[in-house]
Write a protein of this length. Structure first.
Length: 183
């Protein structure tokens, strides 16, 4: 991480930064937050194990992906390609845990971030995001244009004070939203 921060300080503008974390690396996740503040690059955390605490801290710090070092090279390549396309990538079993956690907390009729209420459509967009849908898939699912999805998503990000899709997904889960599956 120090090498990446040093390079960014020297004017390098990377598109992707892969951060390798070892066992018990919860403290190292602070470096992800510093990188997120210093660059618009996509950030991938590559960890020895899938540890709930490190995963949670990585997502909150703004990581775009959390991957296990033991995954096959083909799976790693595909995950990195998805990240570069703007997708958020994390282990499927973690998604199941997040969905189960969201289902334990009933969705409130009105979700109120910071002083602004989300519209029904904005909540639908967040629920589609939790289901792992791309903007194009969300547009198809909700029968709206992709540019309309982007506009709603931009409004959601502003209202909930999120800087990326990962932070928006974490906010949605913490506020009791469950994924909206395709029609």
């Amino acid at each position: 991480m120090d090498d990446a921060q040093s390079a960014i300080g020297q004017g390098v503008e990377p598109d992707l930064i892969v951060v390798a974390l070892g066992e018990g690396a919860g403290e190292d996740v602070g470096g992800v937050k510093r990188l997120r503040g210093a660059t618009g690059a996509r950030i991938v955390v590559l960890a020895d194990t899938i540890a709930d605490r490190t995963l949670s801290l990585s997502l909150k710090a703004g990581a775009d992906a959390y991957l296990n070092k033991s995954m096959s090279s083909e799976s790693l390549l595909r995950a990195l390609q998805l990240v570069m396309l703007g997708e958020v990538v994390y282990p499927t079993h973690v998604a199941s845990l997040l969905i189960a956690n969201a289902n334990e907390h009933p969705t409130p009729e009105r979700i109120q971030p910071a002083n602004n209420e989300l519209s029904k459509r904005e909540v639908q967009i967040l629920r589609c995001l939790l289901a792992g849908q791309s903007n194009k898939a969300i547009a198809r699912n909700l029968h709206i244009t992709e540019s309309t999805v982007k506009m709603h998503f931009k409004n959601v990000m502003r209202k909930i004070n999120a800087q990326n899709r990962t932070q928006a997904a974490v906010w949605a889960i913490q506020n009791g939203l469950s994924p909206l599956m395709s029609a």
